[in-house]
Design a protein around this ligand. Structure first.
Ligand code: SAM
Ligand code: SF4
Length: 324
């Protein structure tokens, strides 16, 4: 089949699949403190997830990232990983997971053995009080999870969202903690994807501000860019740091990703006001051909992105339900 391409000439290679909107954390930048969970019956079952994932792989998607909500809350997670991993036979090259790691310790080895190639672990601060203020949860289980992944030989990266007045003072301590362990880190600018009215432009710590904070005590060199959304840097000549600057310097012109929510709604952009309800169509009994056509049409119509329409999107779907 011909690859998925949009009207701006961008070919799609990466799909993020949200396995659940549920989460055991309450990160203030991601969801309201008292979220309305999606009805359980509307969440895709494993067969439905794997069917849709296969359709995307057959259309040229070769990298899938499992996310949520918190993917570890999905009871059949290992089976999902094994069955999606079997799509390697149809062209899948990489299967990844994004997690808060707080529940991963007992499953770390099984997840690696089941076929997760790499893990992005969210860790916004190394100071326990700052971590608690941002996530409304404790840091200890997350650090245990990171240790368990390391012991299991997993390939890990850390992700940290930086918010002015919350964790900007932790930029250097977290960096030094990650450097000491040799775990690559990516800082992420705070995006307007949380509860309506919560995000403020002033709360965004820009890539330039982060570099200035790090530059006081470390040498930071810019590296050549790849297709990754993070701008790559080398700290002190050896440590890889990335910064995702969606707000101050959007990378929309090379965006190669798509997102599927836990109900099977396809969002071609993090900031799309509307999705395409593939899950609902599937439950009406439509064929793979019809679903494939709907995917192609939705991808073709993908908007230019945040760069063309900055600021919050008017829609009821916040980050935890979209799948970050
Ligand atoms: N629960 C998992 C976790 O926290 O890693 C996976 C889902 S979470 C929605 C995925 C990523 O989205 C996390 O790294 C989180 O930091 C990021 N994220 C959530 N809300 C964000 C926001 N408003 N701006 C930037 N990144 C955000
Ligand atoms: Fe949960 Fe991840 Fe959102 Fe935090 S960022 S509330 S861990 S989904």
């Amino acid at each position: 089949m011909s690859p998925l391409i949009d009207r701006h000439g961008r070919t799609k290679r990466k799909l993020r699949i949200s396995l659940t909107d549920r989460c055991n954390f309450r990160c203030t930048y991601c969801m309201p403190e008292h979220p309305d969970w999606l009805p359980k019956s509307s969440l895709l079952d494993r067969g439905e997830v794997v069917r849709l994932a296969g359709l995307f792989v057959d259309s040229g998607i070769d990298q899938i990232r499992l996310t949520g909500g918190e993917p570890l809350l999905r009871r059949d997670l290992l089976e999902c990983v094994r069955e999606i991993g079997a799509l390697r036979e149809r062209g899948l090259r990489r299967l990844s997971m994004t997690t808060n790691a707080s529940r991963i310790a007992p499953k770390a080895r099984e997840l690696v053995a089941a076929g997760i190639d790499d893990f992005n672990v969210s860790l916004d601060a190394i100071d326990p009080d700052t971590f608690r203020r941002l996530t409304l949860r404790e840091i200890a289980p997350v650090l245990d999870g990171i240790d368990a992944l390391t012991d299991a030989g997993a390939n890990i990266k850390l992700n940290a969202v930086v918010i002015r007045g919350d964790n900007e003072k932790d930029i250097v301590p977290l960096l030094e903690w990650a450097m000491a362990r040799g775990i690559p880190l990516r800082y992420i600018e705070y995006m307007p994807l949380d509860a309506p009215g919560h995000w403020k432009r002033d709360a965004v710590v820009s890539e330039a501000d982060m570099l200035a904070a790090i530059g006081v005590s470390h040498r930071v060199e810019h590296q050549p860019r790849s297709s990754d959304p993070a701008t790559p840097y080398l700290v002190d000549g050896h440590y890889p740091l990335g910064i995702i600057s969606t707000v101050s310097n959007p990378f929309c012109s090379t965006c190669d990703r798509l997102r599927l929510t836990a109900t099977g709604e396809l969002f071609t952009c993090l900031f799309s006001p509307l999705g395409t309800p593939l899950g609902a169509r599937m439950r009406e009994g439509v064929s793979d051909e019809v679903l494939g056509e709907q995917v192609r049409r939705a991808v073709w119509l993908k908007d230019a992105g945040y760069a063309a329409r900055p600021g919050p999107v008017d829609r009821p779907v916040t980050m935890h339900a979209m799948g970050g």
